[in-house]
Design a binder for this molecule. Structure first.
Ligand SMILES: C[S@@+](CC[C@H](N)C(=O)[O-])C[C@H]1O[C@@H](n2cnc3c(N)ncnc32)[C@H](O)[C@@H]1O
Length: 239
């Protein structure tokens, strides 16, 4: 599957339709650029990721997470994506950092073995075929240090709220890019086959990520003490 071509096409369409370029860069990654990036960072803090840890962000898009990490003293970050324009924008949002941004071909993370503390995929498996998400997890495992972690978010058939999105896809005549759902039992089987331990498996509707400030989303929804990504979240450990 050529993820680069389909996601580039999706992004070009967004740029044509959005009133401002910045909005296109935000909507390309799901919107709520500041707010969601902040909640993603809080999730990483919750699972014990420290400012000096090596963070690998696959499908980093326009830098929602990177921008927050750069502002908050994290020093070792590499982001990968298939859309060069999103990578350039992400870099521009972290201008004062030494963060690295690289293009990937789509299922492999080109970094040394045992070098990373965390590999995250936020809203990325949502757009990949299962076999490609699985290949990415294999690649993540090889670059992770012992006890390193994977965090990913996902749309799930286990969550009633996500069925709204699934029915929207059922109605859609011409999808712009691929969308994919998972289930809890599938993730449990994958973790077992891949040799990961599941630290956390959340379906998404109940906020569970500790926040240090109130977050108000573009939809008007707001989180006070605990936040959620609006998708399921899984945290795996390389035991
Ligand atoms: C919904 S966006 C999420 C971006 C970012 N993780 C965030 O949460 O802000 C999905 C991103 O995955 C990227 N993507 C799609 N297929 C990919 C692949 N095979 N490898 C890496 N990134 C991919 C897209 O270009 C897009 O930037």
């Amino acid at each position: 599957m050529d993820y680069s071509a389909s996601y580039n096409k999706f992004f070009k369409k967004l740029k044509r339709n959005k009133s401002s370029k910045n909005k296109a860069y935000s909507y390309a990654v799901g919107g709520d650029y500041e707010e969601m990036g902040y909640i993603q960072m809080q999730l990483l803090k919750m699972i014990g990721i420290q400012p000096n840890h090596r963070i690998v962000d696959v499908g980093c898009g326009s830098g929602r997470l990177a921008h927050q990490l750069a502002k908050n003293g994290f020093s070792n970050y590499t982001g990968f994506d298939v859309v060069p324009e999103l990578l350039s924008f992400a870099k521009s949002q972290c201008a004062k950092s030494h963060f690295k941004f690289m293009k990937t071909e789509g299922t492999h993370i080109p970094l040394p073995e045992n070098s990373a503390n965390l590999v995250c995929f936020f809203s990325v498996f949502t757009h990949l075929f299962h076999q490609d998400s699985y290949k990415y997890l294999l690649s993540a495992k090889s670059i992770l240090k012992q006890n390193g972690k994977v965090a990913f978010s996902f749309l799930t058939f286990d969550e009633d709220e996500h069925w709204v999105e699934f029915y929207r896809l059922v109605e859609l005549e011409k999808p712009t890019h691929h969308n994919q759902f998972m289930t809890n039992s599938q993730i449990e089987i994958w973790a077992d086959k891949l040799g990961f331990t599941i630290d956390r498996l959340e379906t998404g509707s109940t906020p569970f990520i500790p926040l240090e400030k109130e977050v108000i989303l573009e939809s008007g929804a707001h989180f006070r003490d605990l936040g959620s990504l609006g998708q399921g979240v899984c945290v795996l450990s390389k035991a």
